[in-house]
Design a protein around this ligand. Structure first.
Ligand SMILES: NC(=O)c1ccc[n+]([C@@H]2O[C@H](COP(=O)([O-])OP(=O)(O)OC[C@H]3O[C@@H](n4cnc5c(N)ncnc54)[C@H](OP(=O)(O)O)[C@@H]3O)[C@@H](O)[C@H]2O)c1
Length: 281
């Protein structure tokens, strides 16, 4: 199967490389061309536009920021919807709204092409290790065709329902991530004001049933005062907003949404755990 990839940011550059390493022919497209260079050196070819990419491969993956980027790549000049092809599959792995997935799936379907929403759980570390969990929405037979590719990028691929269901599930997972991030920041701050060393608190949490790879990584980031983004606070703010727009209305969901949206202006380009800077008194 010939594969194509759009979006070579923090996640897409690592995920697309897994297809190449597994021996799939790979062609890439990124708005900022210099991000294509290292994959080119490793054997990928490049396409001049999303249209050209879809015309030359069997399946195109997208891993871009948000709904606006998705719309641009589908509907823009030389976008995916301009391709004169049939039977192709577009797999959108970006975290976007269920609405845009339904809209783009319907537009592709008009020319007998297919769409799968397939956002991922996991971050840069899991992308590098190919241990992401792929959460898909769409038709069973379309999912079955690309499942081996999804299992090359991740350790697991699960079909949770029809088009948009993958996005809803991912937004639920990221709401939980926001709640946990804010919770961790709050208890580190609280215990520090009472003279408890963060090293001690984290050793206790990491050795308890509450410990998790995420808590460990984010606790270390606070102790090292390192807020370089693995997952930007602006992307999480976007996900919390999308969850609300999709109908989430709950006490912790609402509080977390408010905290992150307020912090986004100052801290958007930093990692999600930089939220602690807003919580510390
Ligand atoms: N980072 C994580 O830990 C993580 C984990 C799970 C899911 N996600 C989700 O995965 C997606 C990508 O995240 P990331 O961290 O890889 O983001 P990123 O590093 O910011 O990369 C974003 C990518 O989108 C492209 N893009 C943005 N706007 C565009 C537009 N208008 N037209 C064309 N291309 C555009 C960028 O192109 P340029 O290079 O030209 O800017 C870049 O390739 C997001 O939806 C995010 O929420 C991220």
């Amino acid at each position: 199967m010939k594969t194509g990839w759009i979006g070579l940011g923090k996640m897409g550059s690592l995920m697309s490389r897994k297809l190449l390493e597994a021996g799939y022919p790979l062609s890439v497209y990124n708005r900022t061309k210099k991000k294509q260079e290292s994959l080119k050196k490793e054997g990928a070819s490049t396409a001049g536009s999303p249209k050209e990419l879809l015309e030359t491969v069997d399946v195109v993956f997208l891993m871009v920021s948000d709904d606006e980027a998705t719309r641009q790549l589908f509907e823009g000049e030389n976008g995916l919807l301009k391709a004169e092809v049939q039977g192709k599959i577009v797999v959108n792995m970006s975290t976007v709204s269920p609405d845009i997935s339904r809209e783009m799936a319907a537009a592709l379907r008009e020319k007998s092409n297919y769409y799968l929403d397939a956002p991922v759980s996991g971050s840069v570390k899991q992308a590098r290790e190919a241990s992401l969990v792929v959460i898909a929405g769409g038709e069973k037979d379309v999912f079955a065709k690309v499942k081996p590719l999804l299992e090359t990028i991740g350790k697991k691929a699960i079909l949770v329902g029809e088009t948009g269901a993958g996005n809803v599930t991912k937004l639920a997972v990221n709401t939980f991530l926001g709640i946990v991030t804010q919770g961790l920041a709050e208890v580190i701050s609280f215990s520090a004001t009472k003279g408890i060393r963060t090293e001690d608190l984290m050793e206790i949490i990491n050795n308890s049933a509450l410990g998790s790879p995420f808590i460990k990584i984010k606790g270390n980031a606070v102790m090292e005062d390192n807020y370089e983004a693995a997952f930007t606070l602006s992307h999480l703010s976007k996900d919390l907003r999308l969850a609300k727009e999709a109908g989430l209305d709950s006490p912790l969901g609402n509080a977390t949404h408010e905290t992150f949206i307020r912090a986004n202006e100052d801290l958007g380009s930093e990692d999600v755990i930089s939220i602690i800077k807003k919580i510390r008194k």
